[in-house]
Design a protein. Structure first.
Length: 183
């Protein structure tokens, strides 16, 4: 599975270049049509060719980046995948209730986080030490809320709520509770 930080970095570069190209051409177009005189004409063929180019480029970016989403293959084939570890987590009264003090996972294992809310809608997110998010999901009472994840790097991760559940929700942080180690 590709690390989500690498995917984010690649997509940031691709979409930033795409946005800059659009902004520059639209600025040029705006400048051309606001000028008076002969130089203000833009041919229809050039304009529609450019718009077609942007559409093809935008669709291509989406097609290319679709396969870089790290969890897509696991979600598509989820019925055929048996998790190596299952963590049943309960959320109630603005607190995560874990099955153990630390959630221990080996690098490469598939971990299923099955989270149940007994009162409100919460978020469940796992974060790196630098506070960047690895993954998150919404936890809705009365519904199945689970996520299957495979950690590719060792590390110690924090769980926090990623949904607004009232003022107490901001304090829903369990530091360094997900521990991923090499075999």
């Amino acid at each position: 599975m590709v690390d989500s930080q690498l995917v984010l970095y690649g997509q940031t570069i691709a979409y930033t270049c795409y946005a800059i190209a659009i902004i520059l051409i639209m600025a040029w177009f705006g400048l051309k049509i606001t000028r008076s005189g002969k130089s203000s004409k833009i041919s229809h063929a050039f304009f529609y060719t450019f718009v077609g180019f942007l559409v093809v480029l935008g669709v291509s970016l989406h097609i290319v980046t679709y396969n870089t989403i790290p969890w897509a293959p696991m979600d598509i084939n989820r019925d055929d995948i048996k998790p190596d570890k299952v963590f049943n987590i309960t959320v109630e009264n603005h607190q995560f209730i874990l099955p153990s003090e630390k959630l221990l996972i080996k690098v490469g294992e598939k971990a299923l986080f099955d989270v149940t809310s007994n009162d409100l809608t919460y978020g469940f997110g796992v974060f790196r030490a630098d506070n960047s998010m690895i993954f998150q999901m919404q936890v809705v009472p009365g519904h199945r809320n689970d996520i299957l994840w495979q950690f590719e790097k060792p590390g110690v991760y924090t769980i926090r709520s990623t949904e607004y559940s009232g003022p107490k929700g901001a304090q829903m942080i369990l530091k360094d509770v997900v521990v991923v180690k090499e075999d």
